[in-house]
Design a protein around this ligand. Structure first.
Ligand code: ARG
Ligand code: ZN
Length: 416
């Protein structure tokens, strides 16, 4: 009886998790304005999940457009693309297989934390406490707010204790729920900091002089949802009266040219900018924290995936930032450092010019507030696996990204 009951529960639990059997990811290369219009028309008639760019409003000529199509619509979309002579290729034949292939690293000892696997929020949360407990001289934690569903947002403040307040770098991961390599990087960063303080000259100098404030998962509710219900979820999980659609895009919800470009005012869109700037409690919590510590925060780094880019302001306008040449120089140096390890190529530049205009992003907001060194990372890859980057790539991705982050940190330190 017990077994039957248990089986029943398992069946119910499994039934709730979205599956992606037969669903495809297609890359389209629009060459003309007409092609762009066709893509937008397809997006209007068929429900598409945009992987890159994030929405139909951001599709431009001679870019690559990666879309996730349901099994039911895969054939019709292929036919439409063929008829309109739009160059395209299938990146992912069967998304469910890719979702399963992603977890390709073995579990190690159950007692040690595995940085080379994707970790659920329960694990990350326990890890935050245990890291703080075992590194009391280098780390403190602080709850900066609660998510919509009531989870605590905890920052890990890393650095050598000091009687005076130290200048700091703010680093967040996991603004978008499905970009799993991003939280994996924040965990890696904290591990490296703890393991190499005292032996690595640069890490030691950085943590002696500055603090690094790490928010390991920004959009916790969304992240949990990608584990329990839908691997492809991007937004927060907030509900509002008047719409049955859930969540807003946290990286369209900051108060930087809010909802003027590259964002949607449709609550059902994946790039919904929210009811107003900072309507999302997670965004408000981070914005409040940065405003409160503005005099000490010298750099803002935010980690996304995928595309291999190092972006800086602006994204809400084509105008160049006041510190454009310095920001570009540092981005190029960081990209070069990153490439030196495994040859991974990054492109760097202002968001609007380099990819597409998109307002309401955290990088632009932090920069306009006065945080000069404001960067958005888009980690590996360039679309082969996209959001489903296999675990076997966590280590190389994090190792190379460390070099870029340390390059930026060194520049910030030099210019304190
Ligand atoms: N792919 C990221 C996003 O759309 C890029 C962020 C770049 N910065 C920005 N403010 N749009 O959120
Ligand atoms: Zn993102």
């Amino acid at each position: 009886m017990k077994v039957l009951l248990l089986l029943g529960f398992v069946a119910v639990a499994l039934a709730e998790v979205a599956r992606f059997d037969g669903e495809k990811v297609i890359r389209i290369r629009p060459k003309t304005e007409e092609h762009v219009t066709i893509i937008k028309e397809i997006a209007d008639s068929v429900e598409l999940d945009f992987w890159n760019p994030e929405g139909p409003e951001q599709v431009v000529v001679s870019s690559e457009v990666d879309i996730h199509v349901s099994a039911a619509h895969a054939d019709i979309v292929s036919t439409l693309l063929l008829q309109s002579e739009l160059e395209h290729e299938v990146l992912v034949e069967d998304l469910q297989a890719s979702v399963e292939d992603q977890l390709d690293n073995q579990e190690i000892s159950p007692r040690s934390y595995n940085y080379m696997k994707y970790n659920s929020w329960d694990k990350v949360e326990a890890w935050i406490s245990s890291m703080a407990a075992s590194n009391p001289s280098l780390m403190t934690t602080e709850v900066i707010g609660q998510t919509f569903e009531g989870r605590s947002m905890t920052v890990m403040k890393i650095g050598k204790q000091s009687s005076s307040t130290k200048p700091a770098i703010f680093l967040d991961c996991g603004i978008h729920a499905r970009e799993w390599i991003s939280p994996a990087f924040c965990q890696w960063f904290v591990k490296e900091a703890m393991e190499t303080y005292g032996s690595d000259a640069q890490m030691t100098s950085l943590l002696d002089q500055m603090d690094v404030i790490v928010l390991p998962v920004f959009n916790i509710d969304g992240y949990v949802y990608t584990w329990t219900n839908n691997r492809m979820w991007r937004k927060t999980r907030s509900r509002r009266s008047g719409s049955s659609c859930i969540g807003a895009d946290p990286n369209r919800n900051f108060d930087a040219g809010w909802c003027t470009t590259g964002a949607s005012s449709n609550p059902c869109s994946d790039t919904y900018c929210g009811a107003k700037a900072e309507s999302e409690v997670e965004v408000k919590a981070v914005a409040d924290y940065i405003r409160k510590h503005l005099s000490t925060i010298k750099a803002y780094l935010t980690v996304h995936s995928y595309s291999q880019l190092l972006l800086f302001p602006y994204s809400y306008t084509y105008q160049l930032a006041a510190h454009h040449s310095e920001l570009l120089q540092v981005a190029e140096g960081a990209s070069k450092a990153l490439r030196s390890l495994y040859g991974t190529q990054y492109t760097s530049g202002p968001g609007a010019v380099t990819i597409y205009p998109a307002a309401g992003g955290s990088d632009d907001w932090a920069y306009d507030l006065g945080v000069k060194y404001s960067y958005t990372f888009e980690l590996r890859d360039t679309g082969r696996y996209g959001f489903l980057l296999p675990e076997s790539q966590i280590k190389p991705t994090c190792e190379e990204t460390m070099l870029a982050v340390k390059y930026i940190a060194a520049h910030v330190q030099k210019n304190l």
